[in-house]
Design a protein around this ligand. Sequence first.
Ligand code: SAM
Length: 271
Amino acid sequence: MGGGGVRPELGQVPETALWTLWHRAVEARRPDTVLPDPKAVELVGRIDFPFAARFGENALVSQLQALRAACFDREVSDFLTRCPRGTVVGLGDGLETQAWRVDNGRAGWLSVDLAETAGLRRTLLPPDERRRIVAHSVTDPGWMDEVDPANGVLISAEGVLMYLRPREVRDLIAACAERFPGAAMVLDAVPRWFSRRAVEGKLRHGHYQAPPMPFGMDADQRGLLATAHPRVTDVREVYPEGGRPPLSALLPIARWIKQRPSVVALRFAES
Ligand SMILES: C[S@@+](CC[C@H](N)C(=O)[O-])C[C@H]1O[C@@H](n2cnc3c(N)ncnc32)[C@H](O)[C@@H]1O
């Protein structure tokens, strides 16, 4: 896979959008996939990039990435059941194809990403009436002006907060709670040991070295997210479900490990 017409030239952090896309596509092309994602497979075919040589192939990593994306899909689907015409904001959206996996034909989708990545998304997934793209750092509250809060808001921060500094993560959650009362937010975090290794430049997948990840949070620290703002009223972990054996048997046991990646759903009070 990989070898189509669009040739991306991305810096170290924006390039991570290709890493997650690649793993979702590798998983999606399996007949027994845990996350059907034909759009991801299509995109990888249209991008001229040596995905396998750069990122390697690791079926376990791909399955875990897909199960993480499925956690976000469940939260978004629940939100769209409550708010069918709501807006899903993808912070650091990269080339996430969720808006094709769980779309209901009525929701609004707003992708927020750095200029380089947003530009690539625009080329590959051109915006339309319901799916918009804005080039903004998520640390710049300017993106919030682009959100229509009228029919409900869910903010999804999938695979992005680890690239921010801890203070920026706290400020971002506080700003979202302040600006979008009643909204939901779903985010994920790598554990602290993983963040440390990335910062030390010791995180390698084959030939690929992951960028620094200054923000790490162990799974049992999620309660701290509530201290970002008084409107953060509900903090709930979203556990991966399903998977293929033996991973399917191991995941429920892994819940007892505190130093593991986690997906967390937040709710912001109305007032
Ligand atoms: C690992 S990728 C995840 C992409 C997508 N959410 C997914 O799960 O496939 C990280 C994304 O975060 C974006 N990103 C990193 N720092 C950012 C920032 N300060 N503001 C906006 N986007 C950022 C990168 O450009 C990249 O698209």
